[in-house]
Every structure is written in C-alpha cells, then in structure tokens.
Design a protein around this ligand. Sequence first.
Ligand SMILES: [Zn+2]
Length: 243
Amino acid sequence: MEQLDLLWEYQELEKLMDRYRQERDGLSIRNELRKLQRYLMQQQNKLVKLDEEANKKSNTLNKIYHEYDTILNSLRIDQEKIENGSIKNIKQAEQLEKNAQNLKDKLSKKEEQLTELIEELEEFSKVLKDIGINVSKGKREYTKVKAQYDEQAGDIQKKYNEAKAKRDALKKKIDKELLSKYKELKANYDEPIALVTEQYCCSGCNMQIASLALQNLKEGTHIIECENCGRILYLKRDKVQAS
Ligand SMILES: [Zn+2]
C-alpha cells in the first residue's frame, strides 16, 4: 500500500528530526553557554543590589552633611553675638559657652559618622569595580562560546531543516485521515507505525498478528491496526511479494 510506504518514510524523517534535536540539546558547549549565562545573570543581580545599597548610603551621607552644616551655622550665629556685643552679662556668656560645647560635641559625632560612611562607600566602589571586571571578562567569554555554539548548532540545524522540508513535502501526499490517525497515536507512541516482523509480530508490542489481519495486510486494501497496541501495522513490500 503506497500510502503506508509514504507514512513509514514520514515517520523515519520525524525520527531523524528528533535525533538532530537531541544532538543539538546534547552539545557539551550548550552547557558551557548556559553556565556563562547564569553567571552573568548573578553578577547583574549583585550589581543591582549593591547599587541600591550605595544609593541609600549616599542619601544618608547627604543628610549628615546637611546636619553638619546646620550645627556649624548655629555656632557661627553665636559667635557673631559675642562679636557684636549683644552679650550683656555673665549668665548669657555662660549659656553661650555651654551651647558652644554642646554643638562642638555634636559636630565631632557627625564627623565620625561621615568618616565611617565615606570608608564604606570606598569599599563599595572597590567591590563594584571587581564585579565590573568579572562581568566584562564573562561577556567576552560568552561571545566566544556563543560563536562556537552557533557554528556547531548551525550545522545540526541545517540537517534538521532539510529533514523537515522533506517531511513537510511528504505530508501533502499522505491521506489526511491516515495522517491524523498517526498524530493521534503519536501522543502515546514514539513510533505510531510499526513494522511487521519476520515472525509476523507487531514490532511495537511484539504481539503475534492474527491470521485474518495478516491476510488483510497482505492484500493491502486497507489500514490495519495492531489489535493489542493500536499501532498502524506496516508490511514491507518485499514481504508481500515473497509470500
Ligand atoms: Zn502492537
């Protein structure tokens, strides 16, 4: 039956396509590429997190600068009071003295905070620089590996496309009903069309084919399915002629 010859060929081409797909997925360089992708992604996430932290610290730094300025300004105002002679008595002078000491204490505290923050920010910029170096190294490596992968995968893809083109051309010659039966079976079986073995068994499930079904098969007038597994049975031409 010519239709079954075509369907058999169709299945062979699909198997070939599967093999090419597996070959492509199994390329060792594909793993290498994935690893590099993951690495770059991790570094990217680290950068985003560090950047957020650096922003927060930088905001704190600005706030402290501002507070520092305010304290300095208060000191200046008191200083002016002394200079323009608006201090009338000792009590006022003492009060001013007390204020000044207080403000100076505050200032030195702020100075400490500032120094600490600036050191932290310097540490940050060192870490950022290191990550930057790692990322650019990683990107260079990725470009190199990607090119190798594209070359290897491209060869396989070409062969895959050829097989697919042949299969698609064949599709037009196969009876629609037969093809949809095949596709239905494909959900459960890798090979929906099964060869009849030398011992007249279904090569899909190894069950002996009943003599009436075998007779029908040999006549080749209609499609016969395996009684046990439901696969479409295919008897090669030479066998039909030999018997
Ligand atoms: Zn079977």
